[in-house]
Write a protein that binds this ligand. Structure first.
Ligand SMILES: Cc1cc2nc3c(=O)[nH]c(=O)nc-3n(C[C@H](O)[C@H](O)[C@H](O)COP(=O)(O)OP(=O)(O)OC[C@H]3O[C@@H](n4cnc5c(N)ncnc54)[C@H](O)[C@@H]3O)c2cc1C
Length: 498
């Protein structure tokens, strides 16, 4: 085992690093405590790679008892902890803290049980989202929430972010598909939230925990709900010569009383970005493309596809194609699913925003985003969960050009402010992390922020779990110019990190 050593200027002393490493080495097996720069470098960021921070130490516990031991050590030594799954998060939630410990769940990757009778699976937090569906497939079941990152992201990360996906419009987000979470608090206590049944007595702490971004406890086990695989699924691809008509069509489909299995929209920039890459047959002349899926038994799907086609035509669709077989359905979806990587083909860097708006305001918001492109001098592609009103503007920039990253950040902040203005919210599924922490000041009052801190303090008495993420202090809001503070008018004092 090497002793820690460094020559650069780290945010911690060598003595401190040695102290934490020695304590962790006493409770974790060989190779499960990383501290050399070449070993910790891969943990310096998540999917929001514009923000980076090398951690002091990375701990890789192999079981729940070791998670408890790591948390006990961190609490005793007052070392902040950042839980980490696969690091695919897009809001900096898993970005390390300079003088802290990253607790990775990479070695907690077992599927403990798949029960076709109760239609549930019990899994460790490091299990990949898609691996759950793969394991359940033999029983004709699957796990419905399907983030586009499902090949890599973990269920622990999904719980922490309350992740969504294409099929969440019909089947619900993570919070609707998780029955029970087992987690360890900063005090080293093992707590179970929820249960195997659909309802549990007492306050719904499971719902409080899901989406808490690693700030309340470390997930060690999850019971998920499984649903039967539909007998058949078909998708409509509809073209529109006007983004406004496409946006209105989304609202019209839902207003007709239809809940599609997926309802996604791509603007012209997006379809032109992905088509040469995936060759999904997208209409690259259309200003907007809608993908509307129906699943269920064949008769039900036939009827729903017919009704949706009628609504889309009445809303001004210029062309409609319906998938004729499973291969074609997957081809239609492949463009949507590959939109983020495809952005890398046309721009050196991109910034994926995530905000939610009422569906009926879609068209108006898309027009406003187009106006913002000129204001900030940057291009933006829109590809998103239209049925949920969950926008994902991809802002293109070149980090090597001075000032472009700052302009992209300002563009993103403007979009989030617009989401709040039209009655929406600053996040749909990617969480707040560090990326949107200043935008929290726009959406919430000082009283609401204080209520969030009160919940955090109730779980994390030591204020060590992913501190300084997701909830802004009032000082931060005031310094960022997002909240007006006048002497005597601020009711709540700032909250110290202790
Ligand atoms: C190409 C791409 C497409 C994406 N598409 C979608 C999408 O369609 N829908 C969507 O919702 N998201 C999407 N994401 C975002 C991301 O994949 C999700 O937020 C995902 O849930 C993160 O999981 P992870 O395992 O990578 O978590 P990480 O990034 O490692 O961590 C995310 C957060 O969870 C916390 N955390 C992780 N594990 C634990 C644990 N065991 N206990 C407590 N806290 C924990 C971390 O501290 C952090 O705050 C996408 C990302 C990419 C790169």
């Amino acid at each position: 085992m090497n002793a820690p050593s460094h020559s650069a200027q780290p945010a911690f002393t060598l003595e401190r690093q040695r102290e934490v490493v020695a304590a962790l080495n006493r409770v974790l097996p060989d190779g499960c405590v990383l501290f050399n720069e070449e070993d910790t470098r891969p943990y310096e960021c998540d999917g929001l790679s514009a923000y980076r921070q090398l951690p002091m130490v990375v701990a890789l516990p192999q079981n729940e008892a070791q998670v408890v031991a790591v948390l006990n050590i961190c609490r005793t030594l007052k070392a902040p902890i950042v839980p980490r799954g696969a690091g695919t998060g897009l809001s900096g939630g898993a970005m390390p803290i300079a003088d802290g410990v990253v607790l990775s769940t990479a070695k907690l990757g077992k599927i403990l049980r798949v029960d076709p009778y109760s239609r549930t699976a019990i899994v460790q937090p490091g299990v990949r989202n898609l691996a759950i569906s793969e394991a359940a497939s033999a029983h004709g079941l699957y796990y419905a929430p399907d983030p586009s990152s499902q090949i890599a992201c973990t269920i622990g990360g999904n719980v922490a972010e309350n992740s969504g996906g294409v099929h969440c419009l019909k089947y619900g987000l993570t919070v609707h598909n998780v029955l029970r979470v087992r987690m360890v608090t900063i005090d080293g206590e093992i707590v179970e939230l929820g249960g195997e049944s659909l309802d549990a007595p007492g306050l719904d702490l499971l719902a409080v925990f899901i989406g808490s971004e690693g700030m309340l406890g470390v997930v060690t086990e999850v019971t998920v709900r499984l649903v039967p695989k539909p007998q058949v699924a078909r998708v409509i691809m509809a073209s529109f010569d006007d983004v406004v008509k496409g946006g209105d069509a989304v609202a019209n489909v839902i207003a007709e009383g239809i809940i599609p299995a997926g309802l996604e929209m791509m603007d012209k920039t997006s379809s032109r970005m992905v088509e040469p890459f995936v060759r999904a047959g997208y209409d690259t002349e259309a200003e907007a493309i809608l993908l509307c899926e129906s699943d269920g038994i064949p008769e039900e799907v036939e009827e729903e596809i017919g009704r949706m086609s009628e609504v889309l035509k009445a809303s001004g669709a210029t062309a409609i194609a319906v998938s004729q077989n499973e291969a074609e359905r997957l081809k239609f979806w492949s463009g949507r699913k590959n939109a983020f990587p495809a952005a890398g083909r046309i721009s050196p860097d991109y910034y994926c925003m995530d905000g939610t708006i009422p569906r009926k305001r879609l068209a108006e918001v898309l027009m406003r985003i187009t106006e913002m492109e000129s204001k900030h001098g940057l291009r933006c592609a829109n590809v998103f969960h239209a049925g949920d009103g969950n926008l994902h503007p991809l802002i293109m920039f070149d980090a090597n050009k001075p000032g472009e990253f700052e302009r992209a950040e300002a563009f993103g902040a403007d979009i989030l402010e617009l989401c709040v203005q039209v009655g929406g919210t600053i996040t749909g599924e990617h969480g707040v992390g560090i990326e949107k922490i200043n935008s929290m000041c726009v959406q919430f009052s000082p009283q609401e922020l204080e209520a969030f801190f009160a919940v955090k303090r109730a779980f994390d008495t030591a204020f060590l779990l992913n501190p300084d993420k997701a909830i802004p202090t009032l000082h931060r809001c005031a310094e960022g110019g997002k909240m007006r503070v006048t002497a005597g008018l601020m009711k709540f004092a700032d909250l110290p990190r202790f």
